[in-house]
Design a protein around this ligand. Structure first.
Ligand SMILES: [Fe+2]
Length: 501
């Protein structure tokens, strides 16, 4: 018997759905651009079985991958659970065998394997396409290969044995100039280890370089910045340790007294050149872009001064602080010619955005103009009864012009809450910013999920695709063109059905 009443699964919009889904020829308001041929993939998570610990956190939910396949102006939807070893073991047992977030000490003895913590992954964070393959990723294990059309799980991928770290971040980067994949794992040699191993693969999957170094302290390195010459690794105050895991704590606690470090390594080195720069406490979960100019490494990040996950407890018991959790677009400059471990930091704009900021990916590592994000626009109305997600609903997509400081915004409606936005170039040769924005919204008034497609320059809505249900929440989404993955139609199979004679 499945019983979610003990928590922590929330009710309402985010009540567990537990089903897989196909929606052929979705409802569309407006016009889906005819030049779009590809798929918007989303990875997120839900509890299929209630968690063993009622205070477990959303980061432990079972991975779910979905796609909106778009071609010829029509849209088909598909959603499937990621069939991790954990998911399949739970199905066999018809109950939750696993314990707290990334803590194998809390697992049922039948699945507890302390030497292979990665077998407890839920693959619930982000999609990636590389070398014609699609993956669902979480930073505690190797990527899980997924069939790009059926969304059925193929299994863990180690680049034909070339990738030897135990973990693989959910935020690898693809260099738009060379096509190289820059990827890495932290806690690379086992639970709570201080090893970071980074890898560079060519577009056709051949290992070009391997980089190894150690961190000042073990922390989440959720995302990186790449430039043409360097890789930048933020280390910030999420702390862990085997002693904490052995007493059944979550994998992370927030320590506001820990400094932020940025490790910078050469992409062509072996890691022995790692330089560490040190600054005040902050959270740098995601990054925007960066470049190397002479001896200077310059990056933009949407960081906050403090913890922005209310469900990650503080080591000192201090309460969650929403003021410190605000995200601003900041520019950080590191001087490799200086022996100082300090760096400069500038808040480019005092507007509070969500930390999921994106760029036109063709401009990664290069000079660029636009940052795209979601935000709470306080100037827009909010429906108190039907808003669902609180008065600070993420109600707008936005574009920030780094050159002029101009904001352009799109307000989704007073009963909606937006998820991460992605940019799609109009075509391979279009100038920066010429294309579409795509992302999903939770419609609390009708309790269903919508996909929005906007003109990225005008910030006008072009099409709204409505699912007839509320969909599994997304962590990250990405658009991949049909030229990047093998894609066909998602139409129904041929049926051989007896007819009345
Ligand atoms: Fe992320």
């Amino acid at each position: 018997m499945v019983d979610f009443t003990a928590g922590p699964a929330p009710g309402g919009f985010f009540s567990p759905l537990r089903f897989e889904a196909d929606v052929f020829d979705c409802e569309v308001e407006g016009q889906v651009p005819q030049d779009l041929n590809g798929a918007f993939y989303r990875v997120g998570g839900e509890w299929f079985y209630p968690p063993s610990y009622p205070d477990d956190i959303p980061l432990s939910t079972d991975g779910y991958i979905s796609m909106f396949r778009i071609n010829n102006g029509v849209v088909d939807f598909r959603g499937r659970w990621v069939k991790t070893p954990r998911f399949l073991n739970n199905l066999k047992a018809r109950r939750q065998l696993y314990g707290k977030y990334r803590n194998p000490y809390t697992y049922d003895p039948s699945v507890q394997n302390l030497d292979k913590p990665y077998l407890g992954t839920v693959a619930n964070t982000a999609p990636l396409a590389h070398n014609g393959k699609l993956f669902a990723m979480k930073e505690d294990a190797h990527p899980i290969e997924i069939d790009p059309m059926t969304l059925e799980t193929i299994g863990a991928w180690d680049f034909d044995g070339q990738y030897t770290a135990q973990t693989f971040s959910a935020h690898p980067k693809i260099d738009p100039v060379s096509g190289d994949l820059v990827c890495y794992g932290y806690e690379a040699t086992g639970l709570c280890t201080d090893d970071v191993w980074a890898y560079i693969f060519s577009a056709d999957g051949q290992l070009k370089n391997e980089i190894r170094f150690k961190v000042p302290y073990v922390s989440a390195i959720h995302d990186i910045v790449i430039t043409q010459e360097h890789i930048i690794f933020p280390v910030f105050g999420f702390v862990t340790g085997l002693d904490k895991l052995q007493t059944a704590e979550l994998h992370w606690n927030w320590d506001p007294n820990m400094p932020t470090y940025y490790g910078i390594v050469s992409r062509e080195g072996d890691g022995s050149d790692a330089r560490w720069f040190r600054g005040p406490s902050s959270v740098v979960m995601h990054t925007i872009n960066g470049r190397t100019e002479g001896s200077k490494v310059i990056i933009e990040v949407p960081s906050s001064d403090g913890n922005f996950f209310p469900f990650i407890p503080s080591v000192d018991g201090s309460p969650f602080n929403p003021v410190e959790a605000r995200h601003f677009i900041r520019r950080l400059t590191f001087d490799l010619a200086s022996s100082s471990e300090t760096f400069t930091e500038e808040i480019l704009d005092p507007t509070d955005i969500v930390d999921l900021a994106k760029v036109d990916h063709r401009y990664l590592t290069l000079p660029y103009q636009y940052v795209y994000s979601t935000m709470h626009d306080p100037d827009q109305p909010f429906d108190e009864e039907r808003g669902g997600s609180g008065a600070r609903a993420v109600n707008s997509f936005c574009r920030y012009d780094l050159g002029t400081g101009e904001w352009r915004k799109y307000f989704v409606g007073d009963t909606h809450n937006l998820q991460e936005v992605s940019f799609i170039p109009r075509n391979a040769d279009a100038p920066e910013g010429d294309g579409y924005l795509i992302g999903t919204a939770s419609n609390y008034a009708e309790m269903r999920t919508e996909l929005l497609i906007l003109d990225a320059q005008e910030m006008d809505e072009l099409a709204r695709v409505s699912l007839p249900f509320r969909m599994t929440p997304q962590v990250h989404g990405a658009w991949y063109d049909a030229s990047e993955l093998p894609m066909g139609d998602t139409g129904y199979p041929e049926y051989d059905v007896r007819e009345q004679s």
